[in-house]
Ligand binder design. Structure first.
Ligand code: ADP
Ligand code: ADP
Length: 227
């Protein structure tokens, strides 16, 4: 069962062809790596799924819905089905750790006691329950990313999109982040990780696809060729 399908998708920014004629199915429960050099189109690919960008041509189906036909009012509901993680964390700087996670649930109108319970629970899983009152700037990069993962998971999304989630982290922190994502994946979520980090590919098994200059290319032998 495919959760996301792309048919002949291209994306152009002015004269730049960022993605060229991509056809791809992502199965429910899959762990998928998107590899390729910087500028290959990895971030752009992930953005198409939740309408962070629109295709120039071709179709993206997410959960059976054609993104070209999704009404503007339905975009927030689509986005709730994704948990998104960025290399630079994107925590809200003037909110503490607890609020960064809880706000996702508040935005959905969840009851207060449920928000508190789930936020504490998830921060405990992420090993950040002792830092719930801390402001993001006082945390290390690895800690900030643990909070960002907790926030992405809090709404129990079906699909996690992680764009270079370990790109700015030390190996130990990277391992913690992949561990958290793996635990969520094991509960049945689909996880897509864009990365050019070879170590990451060795750390956790999954399907590997590779972009080069916007084209999907067959990975070479072994673990997918040079990142
Ligand atoms: P990657 O994530 O693999 O590094 P990106 O998807 O970020 O690659 O970028 C693919 C190409 O598209 C690059 O040449 C990049 O400069 C270009 N690009 C991405 N976003 C934009 C944008 N908003 N405007 C113009 N060009 C863009
Ligand atoms: P516990 O039994 O330890 O209280 P559960 O496993 O029932 O916790 O999960 C409680 C909440 O924490 C759920 O919302 C669940 O999605 C979340 N959760 C569970 N495991 C993880 C994990 N590894 N990373 C992040 N959140 C998790």
């Amino acid at each position: 069962e495919a959760v996301i399908r792309l048919f002949n998708v291209s994306k152009r920014f002015g004269a730049k062809l960022a993605l060229s004629n991509i056809t791809l199915d992502i199965q429910k429960g899959e762990w998928l790596y998107v590899t390729g050099p910087s500028g290959a189109g990895k971030s752009t690919l992930l953005k198409l799924f939740y309408l962070g960008e629109k295709t120039t041509s071709g179709q993206v189906l997410a959960f059976g819905t054609n993104m070209n036909r999704l009404a503007r009012k339905d975009i927030p509901f689509l986005r709730r089905r994704f948990g998104i993680i960025f290399q630079d964390f994107k925590l809200i700087p003037n909110r503490n750790v607890f609020d960064n996670v809880a706000l996702v649930l508040e935005a959905r109108g969840e009851p207060r006691n449920m928000i508190d319970k789930r936020t504490r629970n998830i921060l405990r899983h992420a090993g950040m329950d002792k830092r719930m009152d801390a402001m993001p700037a006082s945390l290390s990069g690895g800690e900030q990313q643990r909070v960002a993962v907790a926030r992405a998971i809090a709404g129990q999304p079906e699909v996690i999109l992680a764009d270079e989630p370990t790109g700015s982290l030390d190996p130990k922190s990277a391992e913690i982040i992949i561990g958290l994502l793996s635990a969520y994946h094991e509960k049945g979520a689909t996880v897509m990780v864009a990365t050019h980090d070879r170590d990451l590919l060795a750390r956790k098994k999954g399907r590997i696809i590779r972009l080069e200059e916007g084209r999907l290319v067959e990975p070479s032998t072994g673990e997918g060729g040079a990142p």
